[in-house]
Design a protein around this ligand. Structure first.
Ligand code: APR
Length: 262
């Protein structure tokens, strides 16, 4: 992962300087330098033999809710122990001199903890558990790994029974969008509105292979809105975006702020 300072192309800096309203569209690469594994990184440690795409499904939940709930509690702890990185903070600073609307595919809260106002969590949030039966938001106990819980002492993923909804006694589920589930209508509509109302889109750290989210930068391009991608690798969007900058979020975004003199 590039950690040396980068010099961004002048035309990229000029596009940002000229923009009045920017949509930041972020993916898992945004949080990678905070130590939160990207979705398609090999699962590490206890989870290495579990395919995240298999765990993040209704079938996995129906088959083994305690395994899925234990995985999400582990992910919540991982995020809770992580800190926003300089890329998150640069996005917050970018909003000091222009409108910045954050639309994220990430289910972590690192943009918020860096001070950004996230207008859309397209795939939900780790921190908004809800009832699997009546969808009531759940604010009770049992949504954190117990204090002092040492996951490194486990040789198997911790199976932890989810709490029960106080309204209907159904099991509480993670407040995220699983493969095959519809995106939250409000989150989708807010994201569409942001894209249509922006004069620049910054795409940060996404492989661009999951729809409908990946359709959003495509809509911007189709409307003639410039789209700049920051990614350490080629993504599915790279051939189509206005400019694709090969740098990491935590290096490239602060470099952008420096180049803007902000
Ligand atoms: N800086 C910038 N980009 C990075 C960094 C980094 N430090 N580290 C990794 N990347 C890039 C990778 O090159 C890759 O293109 O981030 C992208 C991560 O891709 P994925 O793991 O596929 O994550 P994402 O694009 O967010 O997945 C979209 O799919 O699996 C579902 O719901 C899940 O929200 C997720 C969605």
């Amino acid at each position: 992962m590039p950690t040396t300072p980068v010099t961004l192309p002048g035309d990229v800096v000029d596009l940002v300087r000229q923009a009045h309203s920017i949509t930041v569209f972020s993916g898992a690469g945004m949080s990678a330098e905070s130590g939160v594994p990207t979705f398609r990184d090999a699962q590490t440690g206890l989870w290495e033999r579990y395919d995240p795409a298999a765990l993040a499904t209704v079938d996995a939940w129906d088959n083994d809710p305690a395994l899925v709930w234990g995985w999400y509690l582990w992910r919540m702890k991982l995020v809770g122990d992580a800190q926003p990185n300089p890329g998150h903070r640069a996005i917050t600073a970018l909003a000091d001199h222009r409108t910045v609307m954050v639309v994220t595919q990430n289910v972590d809260d690192l943009h918020e903890r860096a001070g950004s106002n996230v207008i859309s969590h397209l795939h939900g949030s780790l921190f908004e558990p809800r009832c699997s039966g009546c969808s009531a938001p759940y604010h009770g106990t049992g949504t954190r790994l117990p204090d002092g819980f040492d996951i490194t002492s486990y040789t198997e993923p911790p199976r932890i029974d989810p709490p029960s909804c106080r309204e209907c006694q159904s099991p509480v589920r993670p407040g995220v969008v699983w493969f095959g589930e519809a995106l939250p209508r409000g989150a989708w509509q807010r994201a569409e509105h942001a894209i249509s109302g922006s004069d620049l889109v910054l795409v940060i750290g996404t492989s661009g292979i999951v729809y409908p989210a990946a359709e959003l930068p495509e809509r911007a391009l189709a409307a003639g809105t410039p789209v700049i991608e920051f990614n350490i690798d080629e993504s599915a969007l790279s051939p189509y975006v206005t400019r694709s900058v090969r740098t990491s979020a935590a290096v490239g975004l602060p470099a952008l702020l420096d180049a803007l003199g902000e």
